[in-house]
Design a protein around this ligand. Structure first.
Ligand code: GDP
Ligand code: IMO
Ligand code: MG
Length: 422
């Protein structure tokens, strides 16, 4: 029987998942997003054009691949509408290759207001949310008061919707947060009409049938392991399960359905939003990485803070998801540094440690190992053997430390700037 391969981020998001899904999608019949929502921004570059996807899976540009928005996702119909329009301009017609689960929860305009209200109340301790309504929508899901895509096909949809909006307005009033939702609701209803015209399915049955028929499925994660609601740097996390087990609940597949788990990581670390990370670099080097890596958020345009690769966190991420192979992204960004560093251990309370601490947001001192940098421009390299020796040493060191193979390295944003080991 066929398996579902899972692809996910191993750091704080923006590892380059979208690029790799686009590269791999040609080998899959179906690409399925399993969690998160339009807080995600997955960038694809090919034919000198750049596309950013927020809710639609990154296999959408492959002619033969079906793309599914899974039940574990939270969907903003307004964002979906924009993405469908963007794809139309790019000559991609989603009508026969985009499926949406009936059980996907809907983001309402009031969820976005609640997101902003919660962040305001948190003051200095704000999460740095993308303000896309993610937390409040998952909150309603867990509180059993959410609205799902399948509801829009039922006669009591309006009734359910009004009840939920009433609750949201009461909450906003209680928090003293201003709201004027009339105009945004009008647009939202328009986007619901578009959603009604798309293929809304019982995705768990659909995926089972496809697996039984031997079809190949790739599950696409959003965010990253250190933003996971259970195991990330809580409370500076997102509100969904970003690790491999999220693919089971987010798609309705069994643990035994999972095949390979592809872990995507950058050759360094970045983070956007609140919360510390041990290897963060405040000075010139951090700025140089940010500049060379063009580290600005694909969704919000915010600056991404940069630092060296963190092996302790990477190992933790691979453990949590049972990663079977690695993809190292943005190797080109580290070109030109005299030396590159990797954090091998942490120091907490004067003690060296190899594990991620409970309170990840307290200061943690990294213990670094330094490597000679690689000078050459590697963005045009096509073969593994042409990778500079220093970078190969860096790769070999990571493989050894994590005890997993790096299957490919990425040396530029374009689909073609991907070098497979074999
Ligand atoms: P995702 O959220 O994990 O899909 O990643 P994002 O799209 O948010 O961020 C990754 C950014 O790095 C995007 O701008 C990509 O176009 C870009 N990118 C991906 N791989 C590489 C690479 O190997 N080198 C460089 N220079 N940029 C890359
Ligand atoms: P992709 O899929 C990077 C971060 C936000 C904030 C925290 C909570 O592109 O990798 P939320 O909007 O979920 O309430 O924000 O999580 N965050 C991301 N950071 N990449 C993402 O997605 C992110 N999605 C959320 O910046 O710190
Ligand atoms: Mg992103």
């Amino acid at each position: 029987m066929s398996k579902v391969d899972v692809l996910l981020g191993l750091q704080w998001g923006d590892e380059g998942k979208g690029k790799i899904v686009d590269v791999l999608a040609r080998d899959y019949d179906i690409v399925a997003r399993f969690q998160g929502g339009p807080n995600a921004g997955h960038t694809l570059v090919f034919d000198d054009k750049k596309y950013v996807l927020h809710s639609i899976p990154s296999g959408i540009f492959q002619d033969e691949t079906i793309n599914l928005i899974g039940n574990g996702v939270v969907l903003d119909p307004l964002v979906l509408q924009e993405e469908v329009a963007m794809l139309k301009l790019a000559q991609v017609d989603v009508s026969n290759k985009l499926l949406i689960s009936k059980k996907t929860h809907l983001i309402l305009p009031t969820h976005k207001l609640l997101d902003a209200a919660h962040e305001k109340r948190k003051g200095k301790a704000a999460i740095g949310s993308t303000l896309r309504g993610i937390g409040p929508t998952y909150t309603d899901k867990m509180a059993r008061s959410g609205i799902r895509v399948g509801d829009i096909l039922l006669p009591d949809f309006e009734d359910k919707l009004q009840k939920l909006i009433k609750k949201h307005i009461e909450l906003l009033d209680w928090m003293g947060f201003p709201h004027d939702i009339e105009a945004s609701m009008e647009h939202w209803y328009g986007a619901i009409e578009l959603l009604r015209s798309l293929q809304i399915v019982d995705s768990e049955y659909y995926l089972r049938e496809q697996l039984d028929a031997g079809k190949r499925i790739l599950a696409e994660g959003a965010q990253g392991t250190l933003l996971d609601i259970e195991f990330g740097s809580y409370p500076y996390v997102t509100s969904s399960t970003t690790i491999a087990s999220g693919a089971c609940t987010g798609l309705g597949i069994a643990p035994s359905d999972i095949g390979s788990v592809f872990g995507v990581f950058k050759a360094y670390c970045t983070r956007v939003g609140g919360g510390l990370f041990p290897t963060e670099l405040d000075g010139d080097i951090g700025e140089a990485i940010q500049r060379q890596g063009n580290e600005f958020g694909a969704t919000t345009g915010r600056e991404r803070r940069c630092g060296w690769l963190d092996i302790v966190a990477l190992k933790y991420a691979c453990m949590l998801s049972g990663v079977t192979e690695l993809y190292m992204m943005k190797g080109d960004v580290l070109s030109g540094f005299e030396e590159v560093k990797v954090c091998e251990q942490y120091i907490r309370d004067g003690q060296k440690q190899d594990t991620v601490p409970f309170d990840m947001n307290e200061f943690t001192e990294p213990v670094y190992k330094a490597f000679p940098g690689w000078k050459d421009d590697i963005t045009k390299i096509e073969k593994w053997k042409d990778i500079p020796e220093q970078m190969r040493d860096y790769i070999a060191y990571i493989e050894d430390k994590i005890s997993l193979p790096i299957s490919a390295v990425s040396v530029g944003p374009d689909r073609n700037q991907t070098i497979n080991k074999s």
